[in-house]
Ligand binder design. Structure first.
Ligand code: PLP
Length: 360
């Protein structure tokens, strides 16, 4: 059986070791005679899977004890709404930094419920950099401050985070959670859809500081209140059981590899391979400010639409898939999440070199 290198932005590659383990356990999980897909979410055996999954995530991300890990559904997109629903508790004001399409979608939801102050934006240059912020512009009475830590479409990432003092910092980490070491204690909420760097689609991870729960207004719909899910240990209703199980295997894979520190080392190595080539190339270039480049999503373009199209087509036929860029950037994009092996990036760079030589 042949596996391809899949550079999709999400859903994306999963570690081969994880898929093999899931295959081994598919028909009968640990002698239970059933697949995890068939188990009651109230059964002891499944509760153990959930508990282990949570414990392993806490360990690899070094999540402090005053945070809750919630396993929800609805994607990061539902978090765009749940964050304001739950955190607009005093002034109904929030600060946002606009770094692209996902930030905008997050702001759109918050605006329906309160006031959004845009502290900084990089829209003037099509989001090719992380804008500088001026802390004197922050609203000291904001209910929270929201950022998108990695911009999947534009290929930028924060290398340092705004210091927001007593205002809780909320981060959409959908496309770079677990890719590098972060100090969770700096954040009020971290959320991420699973399908990029965690596991299969369907699961959304929310890491929330305990004191930020319990303030949702009385009228809040039950399912939209973080407290509902925290009180029920993420089983208020049926959780995405199989996604959770696979995500647990991914967390264990990270732990076995030596933790997020080791993952980060590999990610830097992979990203450097690609960026170094792009910076030397006369045909391809990456439009992002070098200091703000993502380790996960690498957009690149040539000056010719025809070359772009041919590149994608020929890459596909050599087993390098899903390299088409997002329509708002054009060209190509290689998403190189945790599960992309370094060999995949090497193969991509070799192919790009060859393509450049043949088409110079
Ligand atoms: C993919 C993505 C989303 C959307 O996630 P869904 O789980 O599909 O709602 C939100 N934010 C970022 C940064 C993303 O990369």
């Amino acid at each position: 059986m042949e596996r391809v290198y899949n550079f999709a932005a999400g859903p994306a590659m999963l570690p081969l070791e994880v898929l093999k383990k899931a295959q081994d356990e598919l028909l009968s999980y640990k002698g239970s005679g059933m697949s995890v897909m068939e188990m009651s979410h109230r059964s002891g055996i499944f509760k153990e899977i959930m508990a282990t999954t949570k414990a392993t995530l806490k360990e690899v991300m070094n999540i402090p004890d005053n945070y809750k890990v919630l396993f929800l559904q609805g994607g990061a997109s539902l978090q765009f709404a749940m964050v304001p629903v739950n955190l607009f508790r005093k002034t109904r004001k929030a600060d946002y930094i606009n770094t692209g399409a996902w930030s905008k979608k997050a702001m759109k939801e918050a605006k329906k419920l309160g006031t959004v102050n845009v502290i900084a934006t990089s829209e003037d240059k099509n989001f090719t950099y992380i804008p500088k912020w001026d802390a004197s512009q922050f609203s000291p009475d904001a209910d929270y401050f929201h950022i998108t830590s990695n911009n999947t479409i534009f290929g930028t990432r924060y290398t340092k985070f705004p210091a927001t003092g007593n205002v809780p910092l909320v981060a959409d980490m959908s496309s770079n959670i677990l890719s590098e070491v972060v100090d969770v204690s700096k954040f009020g909420i971290i959320y991420a859809g699973a399908q990029k760097n965690i596991g299969p689609a369907g699961l959304t991870v929310v890491i929330i500081r305990e004191d930020l729960m319990g303030y949702a207004p009385e009228s809040t719909l039950t399912m939209l209140d973080y407290k509902t899910h925290a009180d029920a240990d993420s089983a208020f209703n049926t959780p995405p059981c199989y996604s959770l199980y696979i995500s647990g295997l991914v967390f264990q894979w990270i732990k076995d590899m030596g933790g997020v520190k080791e993952v980060e080392k590999r990610n830097r190595e992979k990203a450097n391979l690609l960026y170094n080539f792009l910076d030397e190339s006369k045909m391809f270039r990456n439009p992002v400010a070098p200091e703000d480049r993502s380790l996960m999503n690498v957009p690149f373009i040539t000056d010719s639409d025809d070359l772009n199209t041919r590149f994608i087509k020929e890459a596909t036929s050599t087993g390098l898939l899903e390299l088409k860029g997002h329509r708002s950037v054009g060209g190509m994009r290689a998403s190189i999440y945790n599960a992309m092996p370094v060999e995949g990036v090497k193969k991509l760079v070799e192919f790009m070199k060859k393509f450049e030589m043949q088409n110079a």
